[in-house]
Design a protein around this ligand. Sequence first.
Ligand code: 4AD
Ligand code: MG
Length: 473
Amino acid sequence: MKRTKIIDALQRTDYGSDITVMGWVRTKRGSKSVNFIALNDGSTIKNIQIVADADKFDEELLKQITTGACLKCEGKLVESIGSGQAAEIQAESITVFGSCDSDYPMQKKGQTFEYMRQHAHMRLRTNTFGAVMRIRHNMAMAIHTYFHEHGYFYFHSPIITASDCEGAGQMFQVTTKNLYDLKKDEEGKIDYSDDFFGKQTSLTVSGQLEGELGATALGAIYTFGPTFRAENSNTPRHLAEFWMIEPEVAFIDLDDLMDIEEDFIKYCVRWALNNCKDDLEFLNKMIDKSLLERLNSVINTDFVRLDYTEGIRILQQAIKDGRKFEFPCNWGDDLASEHERYLVEEYFQKPVIMTHYPKKIKAFYMKIDEQIPELDGIQQEQTVQGTDVLFPQIGEIIGGSVREESYDKLMGEIKERDIPMKDMWWYLDTRRFGTCPHGGFGLGFERLMLFVTGMQNIRDVIPFPRTPKTAEF
Ligand code: 4AD
Ligand code: MG
């Protein structure tokens, strides 16, 4: 089928030429003598206007052209006066591929996002979700291009795994066992020896551990794949299935790591500004009026690099000055999102890369700091070279660290945290056979999408969200 995509049709100026477009009807309006059809084919947020004179078309055919119907339209490209675009089409022939029943769920404008989530199979045809999905594609391209241009290799870490990288125990099990008839040992524990893999396996929470094997052979790698977390977090920032980008690089220290994090995020945001203009302008108008300003400000600002202990000092001072928070923030506490947002949105008004977190709130693989920090003259506890990148509106967008490269120190952590050794031997081999300083981070793809689109809920930046109690579509 020869057709012109609407994105290209709108660029053309060879008025008078024949043209064929295909797409879905957004609106139809007009009078007895002429119909104006706004057609969209997903190639752009913009519609092309089709002018169909009533006397040229069968009344029955015109009746089938309702919102949501799918058409082929052949006609002449003409210069437009009224449609807001340069070109429109004077229709000569229209074929209805598919009429649209009157209970089409995306019929009305201005539906709530909640409603659209319940009809996620059709919401992709709306302006907002079209824009979000085109931007999502562009962000994936930006990510691959960034790493390719900087000499990283795309590395495929497994999705099924027998180890819990983050040690948080939030994994979805993978099994072919008959759940109605589970074999158990004397202690009542499930015996996995007859399961598909002969051991207990799950969907991965992170590709990092295998990523480290890649980086300590290839120098610099990145993973980009689906990640699964069975945390019961019903928040606008958590998904049970999300996509994560995890670069891992040999021979870097904490400063290098932060430089990469900052450069990489800015590159992605710049890519969106350069390549997704129409969609961003639409979202800026319809979703968040400060979106473009925020995106431009991030690429033009140096991120703050803030020690955790200093962050706690600032927060405690704010409390002394009368700022109220719901959760406490004493040294050793994991910061709540309200604390992160205070630092980013109020105190610094810039993205913050926070470092040197207490060891006990971070994962086992992070490099242990030599020095123990002091707060108000009191010595605190051990810290690690972890970094969280905190963003306005989003909170944590990146989590990463320099890795503990010393076999003995890493073993110490594994023992202290009771991590089953039998699952970790292969990881520990990186520290036995030519260990090296290295580090990396994980960027939550949908968190980046939230930032770049200005959407408020993470369920609205992925085509088919997976969250507690929802796995429809
Ligand atoms: O901070 P996290 O847990 O770090 C890791 O998984 C490390 N292994 C990464 C690494 O160093 N290679 O997760 C990284 C990022 C978070 O900062 C957040 O953006 C995102 O992944 N993330 C989620 N996004 C959506 N839904 C969830 N449930 C998420 N959990 C983490
Ligand atoms: Mg984290």
